[in-house]
Design a binder for this molecule. Sequence first.
Ligand code: HEC
Ligand code: HEC
Length: 377
Amino acid sequence: MIMRKRNGILISIILISCFSLLQNCKHDVTVTHAANDPDSLYTGRPYVAPAIPSVRYTYRAIVSPANNPMTYEGIQLGRMLFYDSTLSLTKKVSCGGCHRQQYAFGDNQKLSQNVLGSTVRNTPGLINMGMNPKFFWDGRQSSIEDAVNDAFNHEMHPDFTADVAYLNSTPQYAYLFKKAFGRPGDITEDKIVKAISQFIRILNSTNSRIDQYYRGEIQLTTAESAGLDSFFSATGGDCFHCHFDAIYLTFAIQNPAFTFSNNAIDSVADVSQFMDKGRGAIDGDTMNYGLFKIPTLRNVAVSGPYMHDGRYATLEQVIGHYSDSLKHSPNVSPGMQHLAQGGLHIDAAGKANLLAFLNALTDTSFIKNPAFSNPFH
Ligand code: HEC
Ligand code: HEC
């Protein structure tokens, strides 16, 4: 009896959404899914992130702030808002338009197009954000909620009055807001940001070949294995001073004290000459001019172009930089231990091995997960 009633409600929501919101119902988001799938539409169900099996390493737990606990409805709502360009000033720009799933939620452009023109920096992937202590290339925000609010306002310039009217008049949105945030279900800017944050918190990638290898599930190829050794060797690629978090396997330093560094991509005599002052522009410390957040290397093979300004189109160019073209400036991080020689001068086979390792960080189940895809397509 209870099931019947629930199905009845579900069917009417699906119908309403077909007519009013979704132009195309071929891949409707509101279909029921198995338990523990974020797409489920069971009323007010708290979402508990699935445990990630760990053998050699553990992954950082994704913890929601007390004022924004996750529910299936909140995640579903956040997913729709993430892909809805109606919320932007021009009605043409959505989070998902720049943060594209096939590119691990980065963009394949050097710079992306926002409502005013080009973005200032390259669009980073959104991967394991819940494990990050700081957000944006300059780390100007410290929580997902604040980062979403910042991104929303800077890239989309939303007119919240118009957005709230639109969301209130769209039955599926009105329904989901009520379920996600309870009665009276009023739609506010704060709730829009909270719902999108819930969706961002489930964008977790823990199933690359390297993860599988660490869990003891697969063997690496000879090249991948040699690349991994080189990555962690001071006389090999020497990447681990910056791109590693041994306990949490994020391939980016997650300790807030070491989140930023300068990886010798710019040659400047005086720190005031850095084109983009990065971290230093946020904290005013000239020692931090030209320092940027050390990005995760998960899914890096699909998330190019690379660096905060998208200057390198390919991973070969990135490896070439670290191997042969390190540039001097007063703020180069001590982690760049071969600066004096201009790099490690890795031979062709060594470069190919590093590339194989970076490719093995691709998590196909992440970039193809239907629960993360555009629900309007
Ligand atoms: C026009 C393209 C564009 C749109 C639209 C956009 N972003 Fe971004 N996003 C970027 C760029 C570029 C950055 C990096 C900016 C910087 O570091 O200064 C970024 C950074 C972020 C970050 C920080 C990632 C990190 O690694 O620290 C988050 C989180 C984020 N965006 C979420 C969102 C959400 C949520 C929306 C929708 C409300 C959104 N973005 C809309 C381009 C975009
Ligand atoms: C001194 C610290 C440091 C070392 C050592 C280091 N990196 Fe980086 N890496 C960074 C920082 C910081 C950035 C971002 C710089 C920017 O955007 O200006 C970065 C960016 C990258 C990127 C681009 C990621 C993206 O999403 O744009 C790749 C790929 C990369 N590094 C690979 C490597 C490899 C491979 C090695 C070893 C050969 C290595 N790094 C060594 C600090 C370092």
